[in-house]
Design a binder for this molecule. Structure first.
Ligand code: AHG
Ligand code: MN
Ligand code: MN
Ligand code: MN
Length: 374
């Protein structure tokens, strides 16, 4: 048989979505076009993330902040020029070097989350398949101009885990897709739908490799970017989360402000009363990375309410809903402390909710503790 490395029946995300598409004969490929633009955005951000550290190091952006003058690590201009030429000749397979230039020169060095946001907004609008966009980086919803309008509403967090950018820890993009409620008019109500109305949701994680995890409502599939092809290849078909896990993931620094049920659940993770071994704590601080590990290894991720933030920290539309959608599609579940996360009906586009998601049995334990409190 052929060595795996050279398998010829590679399933790319594009082909995968087209196969899915063929299940709906009436569809005209709009969803595939939308998805291919989301994928393009992810490839661009992946390339920018991979180079951001380098650009920062060699100060390509021409930003000479005062402290940089006597910054011992500020390289000599000659080195900068050398590295600049090196960068521009590294021809990334999926973006041409002039794009690379755009990244590092021209306007001032853009913060990665601002750049990522611009890339996704432009990719969504130019797809001609969207009518309303909600981004964590834009205070107001973006209503697409009528000539470019389509039937989908996309909610997204262009760069999740921004506190981890400068230290090179995994970060990501999260997105969810709704269908517009009534064909011709784009209204805010179209993005204030419960998460259970989403047609699709996914995330892209920019880590040691670039992994895109997607569900279009019939299971969860993972794709890994092959930089030499510039294609996302199916590497994790039909992901199912283990029914129970050995890991809990929470910011223990907020423990003093937790409510009773959360405190009790975390206590049980550390000091089990049924003789089972204590769980391990894993917390990366990028939701995409913590959720990806939870999906593959099992366990539970929580960002609970606390006295300071009664609705927790994570945003309903473009963090809680997409991750909850994926968890349910993978056989897990997602709970807000009061109800099934996907049943929540958002009132505002940037509202927050507490979230407990992951292995089915683990979340059941949390639900029982909250029910006992009622
Ligand atoms: P973002 O960078 O998009 O603002 O999201 C950060 C979020 C999420 O990625 C992560 O789970 C959470 O912030 C971590 O918050 P704490 O640092 O308070 O634990
Ligand atoms: Mn985020
Ligand atoms: Mn973000
Ligand atoms: Mn943020």
């Amino acid at each position: 048989h052929e060595a795996d490395a050279f398998r010829t029946d590679l399933m790319t995300i594009t082909r995968f979505v087209l196969n899915e598409q063929s299940k709906y004969p009436e569809s005209r490929g709009d969803f595939s076009i939308l998805l291919s633009n989301i994928v393009l955005g992810c490839k661009f951000v992946c390339s920018a993330v991979n180079k951001a550290g380098l650009a920062k190091l060699i100060g390509l952006a021409g930003e000479t902040n005062v402290q940089a003058k006597n910054d011992p690590f500020q390289p000599e201009p000659a080195l900068t020029n050398y590295l600049t030429s090196l960068i521009l000749h590294i021809h990334s397979p999926f973006i041409s070097s002039h794009r690379c230039l755009f990244l590092f020169q021209g306007e001032e060095q853009k913060k990665l989350d601002v750049l990522s946001n611009e890339v996704f907004v432009k990719a969504m609008v130019s797809s001609g398949r969207t009518c309303i966009l909600v981004s964590e980086e834009d205070e107001e919803a973006i209503i697409v101009e009528p000539s470019k309008r389509g039937k989908y509403c996309v909610v997204f967090d262009p760069l999740d885990g921004s506190s981890n950018i400068d230290c090179g820890v995994s970060i990501g993009t999260i997105f969810g897709i709704y269908m517009i409620k009534d064909g011709d008019e784009a209204r805010l109500e179209d993005v204030l739908q419960p998460g259970k109305n989403m047609l699709a949701a996914g995330y892209c994680m920019y880590g040691s490799s670039c992994t895109l995890v997607l569900s279009t409502g019939s299971g969860v599939n993972g794709f890994t970017l092959d930089p030499s092809l510039g294609e996302f290849i199916l590497t994790h078909p039909d992901i199912k989360i283990p029914k129970k896990g050995k890991i809990y993931s929470v910011n223990e620094g907020n423990a003093k402000n937790w409510d009773g049920p959360t405190a009790k659940f975390v206590e049980k993770c550390k000091f089990p009363t049924d003789g089972s071994p204590a769980k391990s704590l894993r917390y990366i601080g990028s939701m995409v990375a913590d959720v990806h590990r939870t999906l593959l290894y099992g366990g539970v991720f929580l960002y609970p309410a606390d006295k300071k933030s009664p609705n927790g920290k994570l945003r309903v539309l473009y963090e809680v809903f997409p991750m909850s959608f994926l968890m349910e599609q993978a056989g897990g579940q997602s709970f807000t402390g009061k109800e099934r996360a996907l049943d929540l009906v958002p009132k505002k586009i940037h509202e927050r909710s507490p979230i407990f998601l992951g292995s089915y049995d683990d979340v059941e334990e949390i639900k029982a503790l909250y029910a006992a409190e009622e």
